[in-house]
Write a protein that binds this ligand. Structure first.
Ligand code: ADP
Length: 247
């Protein structure tokens, strides 16, 4: 078995006979950041659902760290292995401070889905300080999350993932609705997280952002890989251009 961090091979998923994922294969190396693009309906969300165990493939292999067969595990077990996911819409606790949001995230016990458990506060302050620094909200730590800008909420939610110290972060359209400055800062944030040895998979439509990430790009279409390479390779690929222009 490969030592890939994430390994998908020949994956198929169909919903009532419709092939949402159709012979999808992809390898993410440990510590890699990968951008996933593709038109609506390409299968990007379903791919993330497969990795996190929300959707089970009909066929194919999905391995983590070369040894964990994710198709045999449920969502809680997969989260415990260190695969964290951020959905497109930020979901922070608006009436809590930034710091308390991070504290809550840090204390999530994956063994009881949807329930938060407190497990004392050893070493927590230090970890939270590090996360606050990474998401550049140190000075705002005592502000209520509900008072943050849309961009800051997204960063806080990324911070909530980081508080759980995942090996892999799956991030869905982080810059949707952000200003140009926030978009740039989000690219810097993800690059910093990736430099810190986290594997990152980011789905995004914003090509300026994807270009700024400067990482390998995979374009999905009809549930499979249409093209893979640098943003220049992929964005000039004839098949990709056709798909985006709808021809
Ligand atoms: P993307 O995230 O790239 O826009 P999705 O993964 O959401 O694409 O969807 C891929 C295809 O699968 C779409 O055609 C979508 O309508 C279909 N699909 C996704 N989830 C379901 C579901 N639960 N039931 C039926 N069809 C679905």
């Amino acid at each position: 078995m490969t030592s890939a961090q994430l390994y998908l091979d020949g994956v198929h998923v169909s919903f009532d006979g419709f092939h949402a994922i159709n012979n999808l294969s992809m390898v993410l190396a440990p510590g890699e950041m990968r951008a996933i693009i593709g038109p609506n309906g390409a299968g990007k969300t379903t791919m993330m659902d497969i990795i996190t165990g929300k959707t089970k493939p009909d066929e194919g292999d999905v391995y983590f760290d070369g040894r964990h067969d994710l198709t045999l595990l449920d969502e809680t077990e997969i989260a415990k292995l260190g695969i964290g996911r951020k959905f497109q819409k930020p979901t922070v606790f608006e009436s809590q401070t930034i710091q308390d949001n991070l504290l809550l995230a840090l204390n999530v016990d994956h063994s009881v889905r949807g329930t938060l458990f407190w497990r004392g506060s050893r070493n927590e302050a230090e970890r939270i300080d590090r996360v606050l620094e990474t998401i550049r909200l140190t000075d705002a730590r005592d502000r209520l999350a509900g008072n943050l800008s849309h961009g800051q909420k997204q960063w806080l939610e990324i911070g909530m993932l980081l508080a759980q110290d995942p090996k892999v972060l799956l991030v869905d359209e982080p810059v949707a609705g952000m200003t140009d400055v926030e978009t740039h800062q989000t690219a810097e944030l993800l690059k910093a997280i990736n430099r810190d040895n986290k594997t990152v998979m980011v789905v995004e439509h914003d090509m300026t952002f994807v270009r700024e990430l400067g990482v390998k790009v995979t374009c999905l279409h009809e549930g499979t890989v249409l093209a893979e390479g640098t943003i220049d390779d992929v964005s000039t690929n004839e098949r990709v251009v056709e798909v985006y222009l709808g021809r």
